[in-house]
Design a protein around this ligand. Structure first.
Ligand SMILES: [Zn+2]
Length: 339
């Protein structure tokens, strides 16, 4: 944001917890980020230590934004892994096992003295895009977050879909392949979308085919570094490597199957694609090929009226969508309560 409009109060503290870093921001009532930054998760120090550092960093952000703590109405907290949204409790945290079963909502409430809205990170990201991002003009949105894994979020008429057991909106774990050769998802089940379109699975598919003898400029990277990354594949596709480009197109086709399924269940106004693995997004020719292939494949797979009307596009908030969305959910839950 090049210039900051006058803040609209009250403001909210948005927190997006990840395995490596925690993104934190002060977000005003209009969805404008007044100050933001990130700290290392250092999950091995435990959740109490993490919460203390989050609140300490938030104080520094308040100073930077020229906002006083009394202007913060509530805290929005998004976390990965499985959780019990109703009880405000973390269940199983991937690679952060010291945080398992921690009653994080009540703990942050005690430590901050503010009400806390608790949400999974996928729905937080989706709410950010719904509130002030690519979905801001629409009243229903499905988001796919493409990274190391595949996350998702569903917002219907301003309501994030948690489900009865806090396992709603798991867009990465819908089945797109059911044959005997279906790939196994990190969750252990065969044929899930994540097993086909995450950065991890993209690299796995690439290495399998290179090992089978397909020609590609990626072979030199593999020989030099011993590994290839999703970014290498994107870069080599950009430089004209046919094999890398085929992988991008194939990824788009797999993703289109998952998108079509969600369209047939939800019929959202817009499907938004976020996360790091966007092949450069709309600014890049490969990102454009990725998106066009998704749109074309969805058109082949879905009903004509959905093909014509459903918007499919890249997200616009980048890595800020999580803390902005968490703040937005805090505003939705506590914005009307007088302080
Ligand atoms: Zn799965």
């Amino acid at each position: 944001m090049s210039s900051v409009d006058s803040p609209v109060f009250p403001a909210y503290l948005g927190v997006d917890v990840g395995g490596t870093s925690i993104k934190i921001g002060i977000v005003d009532d209009s969805g404008q980020s007044l100050a933001h930054g990130k700290i290392a998760t250092e999950h091995e120090k435990g959740p109490e230590n993490g919460v203390a550092r989050i609140l300490s960093f938030a104080k520094a952000l308040l100073e930077e934004a020229g906002v006083i703590w009394q202007d913060i109405r509530a805290v929005g907290l998004g976390t990965p892994g499985t959780m019990n949204v109703k009880e405000g409790e973390l269940l199983h945290m991937p690679n952060m096992s010291g945080w398992n079963f921690f009653p994080i909502r009540s703990y942050v409430e005690e430590q901050s003295g503010k009400p806390v809205a608790f949400i999974n990170d996928g729905n937080a990201a989706a709410y950010g895009e719904y509130w002030v991002g690519r979905g801001r003009e629409y009243d229903s949105l499905v988001m796919f977050t493409l990274g190391t894994g595949v996350g998702g979020g569903i917002i219907l008429q301003d309501i994030p879909l948690h489900g009865d057991n806090s396992h709603g909106s798991e867009c990465g774990h819908i089945t797109i392949e059911s044959g005997p050769d279906a790939r196994i998802c990190p969750c252990g089940q065969p044929g899930h979308l994540e097993a086909y379109v995450s950065a991890t699975s993209l690299v796995k598919r690439a290495k399998e085919r290179l090992a089978a003898g397909e020609a590609s400029s990626l072979i030199s990277v593999l020989q030099r570094d011993g590994v290839i990354s999703a970014l290498d594949i994107a870069n080599h596709a950009e430089q004209g490597d046919v094999f890398a480009k085929t992988l991008v197109v194939e990824t788009a086709e797999f993703l289109a199957r998952g998108i079509t399924t969600m369209m047939h269940i939800i019929d959202p106004a817009i499907v938004v694609l976020g996360g790091g693995m966007d092949f450069g997004g709309s600014a890049s020719p490969i990102g454009q090929i990725f998106l066009e292939t998704i749109r074309r494949t969805v058109t082949e797979l879905t009903f004509p009226v959905l093909a014509e009307n459903t918007i499919i596009d890249f997200a616009t908030l980048g890595s800020s969508c999580g803390y902005i969305g968490a703040a937005g959910v805090a505003r939705k839950q506590y914005g009307q309560i007088s302080s």
